[in-house]
Ligand binder design. Structure first.
Ligand SMILES: Nc1ncnc2c1ncn2[C@@H]1O[C@H](COP(=O)(O)OP(=O)(O)O)[C@@H](O)[C@H]1O
Ligand SMILES: [Mg+2]
Length: 222
């Protein structure tokens, strides 16, 4: 098996005003090393719930999750947090970047969290930022750059650690469709270049079709 991620008979439900709402039951998803997968489905179908489980942000109600073929131990917050720091990068639709830090500091952040000295992390980030064509915006704050530039910075931040898996939840949801396609094309090139896998939720079919494989959440549920 060379799966970077496996969800095995995973179920998710929520209590809403004492009523149990079942989002999905017993679904299986395997993501191979280096594979780029789009999760599509209408709003409310469970895309974010799947990504939060895949990204070890939320625990499923039942079922198992495997990262690099070893089962995730949900009882240990410390192990989960180490797995996340070492293996997973995240790109979200909103609130991607820390507003009080410059673009360059944001990109350096995962290195610092992993224990690197700030000066060294900033040096690596100054080099890495070239990948997303933002070298001249590194000293700006997130609110001083465009939405597309913010998302490119978020992509650099997700990739700088060379994680084995990147989770992207509607990463271009607030961009116009032309900018969205160009941001995702660059994202995909970098995912390939750094040998990562990608699981990306979107309701933009153009973006979904750029990925290696497409999973329609409604097919999983039926
Ligand atoms: N924290 C929560 N509490 C209650 N219901 C939730 C919660 N998170 C998600 N849901 C419900 O679960 C379903 C799936 O949501 P979500 O995974 O966010 O879907 P999507 O990302 O496809 O829009 C929706 O019906 C949503 O209302
Ligand atoms: Mg969502």
């Amino acid at each position: 098996m060379n799966n970077i991620l496996s969800l095995n008979k995973v179920s998710r439900s929520y209590f809403v005003r004492e009523t149990l709402i079942n989002v999905f039951s017993d679904i299986d998803i395997d993501i191979k090393k280096g594979e780029k997968v789009a999760i599509i489905g209408p709003s409310g179908s469970g895309k974010t719930s799947i990504l939060n489980i895949a990204g070890l942000i939320e625990r499923p109600n039942s079922g198992s999750v495997y990262v690099n073929n070893s089962e995730v131990d949900w009882e240990s917050d410390k192990k989960i947090s180490n797995l996340r720091k070492k293996n997973i990068g995240y790109v979200f639709q909103f609130n991607n970047l820390l507003s009080d830090f410059t673009i360059l500091e944001n990109i350096a952040f995962p290195l610092i969290i992993n224990g690197m000295q700030k000066s060294q992390a900033m040096e690596i980030a100054s080099d890495f930022i070239k990948n997303v064509n933002l070298s001249d915006r590194g000293n700006n704050y997130p609110n001083q750059v465009s939405g597309g530039e913010q998302q490119r910075a978020a992509i650099a931040r997700a990739l700088i650690n060379k994680p084995s898996l990147i989770i992207a939840d509607e990463p271009t949801g607030n961009l116009d469709s032309k900018t969205a396609i160009s941001v995702v094309s660059l994202f995909n090139e970098l995912v390939d270049e750094y040998d990562c896998s990608l699981i990306l939720a979107t309701h933009n079919l153009g973006i979904a079709n750029l990925q290696d494989r497409l999973i329609n959440i409604e097919d999983l549920i039926k």
